[in-house]
Design a binder for this molecule. Structure first.
Ligand code: KIV
Length: 272
């Protein structure tokens, strides 16, 4: 289930490249806390992304821009504590690598030192390639992120499909090649046409991990709360709901309320 070499071997950024070479699909899901990460790791996932989507999913913000480096470190630490097999990738939050190359390198090192994550993820292409190279040269594996890049929501003004026209597609290819040259281990491709994602996948050494990018990427990533049916009213075309945990939790909570109200919980056997 999902491990290229043996089930006991820890997945690293290097494993992603081996999986690409072997044609084995990479599975990634987000998690932000110890309990959820433990369940996802035990299920056999290859990688957990401590995404800055924690800003939406955990904190209830409208977008990912408010989450801080300290908050990402808090989430990633909890996830790393739970994971025995999978690669933990921690998002670098908005503002932690855009100001200067030096600050980006310092913050990436801080994430690795303080969380134990195996890689960091950063949004952007050519404009961050020098910073990416500096981080990789310092010994920290980097995952790039192209297409829909939610940290730039205020620049783009929406969450629609990216790289629809030829010029934008060409720019995305140039960005992917720049990240590849800078030494990224993987590139997340979010909400881009499937044909473009397939083309990029064949052009880069790095493993591509798609979300809303079709089946031609080297792997897939989903936000766990979306994939497991815990978010309400978010149903983009690319999303498949693999379980209905939200319904299960609602029923469990309702049963608890009922038992307390009717005084059947706790029973004598459940008391000291
Ligand atoms: O933060 C996140 O969850 C992400 C995924 C959507 C790829 O970046």
């Amino acid at each position: 289930m999902g491990y290229l070499i043996t089930d006991k071997k820890k997945v690293t950024a290097k494993t992603l490249l081996q999986m690409k070479a072997a044609g084995e699909k990479i599975t990634q899901m987000t998690a932000y806390d110890f309990t959820t990460a433990g369940i996802i790791d035990t299920a056999g996932i290859d990688s957990i992304l401590v995404g800055d989507s924690a800003s939406n999913v955990v904190a209830g913000n409208q977008d990912t821009t408010p989450i801080t480096l300290e908050e990402m470190i808090y989430h990633a630490r909890a996830v790393v504590r739970a994971c025995r097999h999978c690669l933990v990738v921690c998002d670098m939050p908005f503002g932690s690598y855009q100001v200067s190359r030096e600050e980006g390198i310092r913050n990436a090192i801080r994430i690795i030192k303080e969380t134990g994550a195996g890689a960091v993820k950063m949004e952007g292409g050519k404009e961050i390639a020098e910073t990416v190279k500096g981080i990789v040269d310092s010994g920290v594996p980097v995952v790039g992120h192209l297409g829909l890049t939610p940290q730039s929501i205020h620049k783009f003004g929406g969450y629609g499909l990216r790289a629809k026209d030829d010029a934008e597609a060409e720019r995305l290819i140039e960005d992917a090649l720049a990240l590849d040259d800078a030494g990224v281990s993987a590139i997340t491709l979010e909400k881009v046409p499937a044909a473009l994602a397939t083309k990029v996948t064949s052009m880069v050494k790095a493993a591509t991990i798609g979300i809303g990018a079709g089946s031609g990427t080297d792997g897939q990533v989903l936000v766990y709360a979306d994939a497991l049916g815990m978010t309400q009213g978010f149903k983009p075309k690319f999303l498949r709901q693999f379980a209905n945990v939200g319904k299960c939790m609602t029923e469990g909570v309702q049963e608890y309320i009922k038992c307390v109200k009717e005084k059947s919980f706790p029973s004598d056997a459940e008391a000291y």
